[in-house]
Design a protein around this ligand. Structure first.
Ligand code: DX5
Ligand code: ZN
Length: 214
């Protein structure tokens, strides 16, 4: 089954609660929450206190994508703010195994993210402990960038690695996903689609936009 995770980075920040309720009503499985620290990526977005405020406005999974240098330091804050899935970058400065252990100890699902230049092999030591793998299809930091088609062999390779584990691990793609590129992602093995600008620019018709993507 394809799961849709709208990225609120492209939502109207002045009406975040309403945006979350509208996406909830559109039937999406997850809400994608991009946390950026201005250090791991050049941009600063928002932190745990912001998405905590909209926890009541969305009934399903909070899919928190941490683009921060030291995720381990903040795992408890992100967990307590209402994250269900915490996904962090394999390129970060924290100890990867310790961060996975901490997220699990908080009772949350855990995912690892790969930037475009990071090979699939970086996942190997951790793959069977994960609930999700996220492959970036743009350089992380900003919404509205163009989809990197050359990430598809990596998506395919990771789907094969997941199949070999025999486990039910989600494979998510993030960046430049629209009705055309979504299809290519799914053909290569992705089953969770993040979409920011594509969905949130279709104000007033989120249900139709989600249906088209699906
Ligand atoms: C980029 C973020 C994405 C971003 C996607 O660093 O991780 O989640 O919001 O935005 P679109 O779908 O507009 O490329
Ligand atoms: Zn993201």
């Amino acid at each position: 089954m394809i799961k849709i995770s709208p990225s609120i980075l492209s939502a109207d920040f002045a009406n975040l609660g309403q945006e979350a309720r509208d996406m909830d009503a559109a039937g999406v499985e997850m809400l994608h929450i991009d946390v950026m620290d201005g250090h791991f990526v050049p941009n600063i977005s928002y932190g745990a206190p912001v998405y905590k405020m909209i926890r009541k406005d969305f009934s399903r999974i909070f899919d928190v994508h941490l683009m921060i240098s030291e995720p381990l330091k903040y795992v408890e804050d992100f967990a307590n703010a209402g994250a269900d899935m915490i996904t962090f970058h394999v390129e970060c400065d924290s100890d990867i195994q310790a961060t996975i252990d901490k997220i699990k100890a908080c009772g949350k699902q855990v995912g690892l993210v790969l930037k475009p230049k990071t090979p699939a092999s970086a996942l190997k030591p951790y793959l069977d402990q994960l609930d999700m793998v996220l492959v970036m299809t743009v350089e992380p930091g900003f919404g509205g960038q163009s989809f990197m088609y050359d990430m598809m062999p990596k998506v395919k390779e990771i789907r094969e690695m997941i199949t070999a584990t025999g486990k039910d691990i989600d494979l998510e793609v993030d960046g430049g996903v629209n009705a055309e590129t979504a299809k290519i992602c799914v053909e290569n093995g992705a089953n969770v689609l993040v979409a920011g600008s594509y969905l949130f620019k279709q104000k007033g018709k989120y249900a139709e936009a989600v249906a088209t993507l699906r």
